[in-house]
Design a binder for this molecule. Structure first.
Ligand code: AMP
Ligand code: ZN
Length: 120
């Protein structure tokens, strides 16, 4: 059970942060939560989410930029701890054209495999 500030009752990732829906935790601190993607698209596929309901990258602004910076420090730490020495990809799908399916800001960490050059 974790605290989530300003959560949305209808949001899947808010429910995961609160522990109402189970997840495989990788990392947690007072600002963010990381867990394994239920449908992994690489040998390592982890999602990092803030403990506040921000819908997407489009809502990042001066009020939450420090939080987002912290999330990237966490991403680098998780990648080290997961042994992704060969590199990894960090992706955030924003909005319908990018195929965002869960409207709670999240960064995918994908690694453990040599990826193709194309990103879209
Ligand atoms: P996106 O399509 O960028 O919004 O990413 C949403 C991600 O959430 C997808 O990669 C899904 O596989 C993942 N996902 C959906 N439900 C769960 C869940 N219950 N636990 C873990 N990952 C999930
Ligand atoms: Zn949410």
């Amino acid at each position: 059970m974790s605290d989530v500030l300003n959560y949305d009752d209808n949001c899947l990732f808010c429910k995961i942060i609160k522990g109402d829906i189970p997840s495989t935790k990788v990392y947690e601190d007072h600002l963010c939560y990381a867990f394994r993607d239920i449908n992994p698209q690489a040998p390592t596929h982890i999602l990092v989410v803030p403990k506040v309901h921000i819908p997407s990258v489009a809502e990042i602004d001066g009020k939450n930029e420090a939080l987002v910076g912290h999330m990237f420090t966490v991403i680098a730490r998780i990648a080290r701890e997961e042994g992704l020495e060969g590199g990894y990809r960090v992706i955030s799908n924003c909005g319908p054209d990018a195929g965002q399916t869960v409207p709670h800001l999240h960064f995918h960490i994908l690694g453990g495999v040599k990826m193709g050059e194309r990103m879209a």
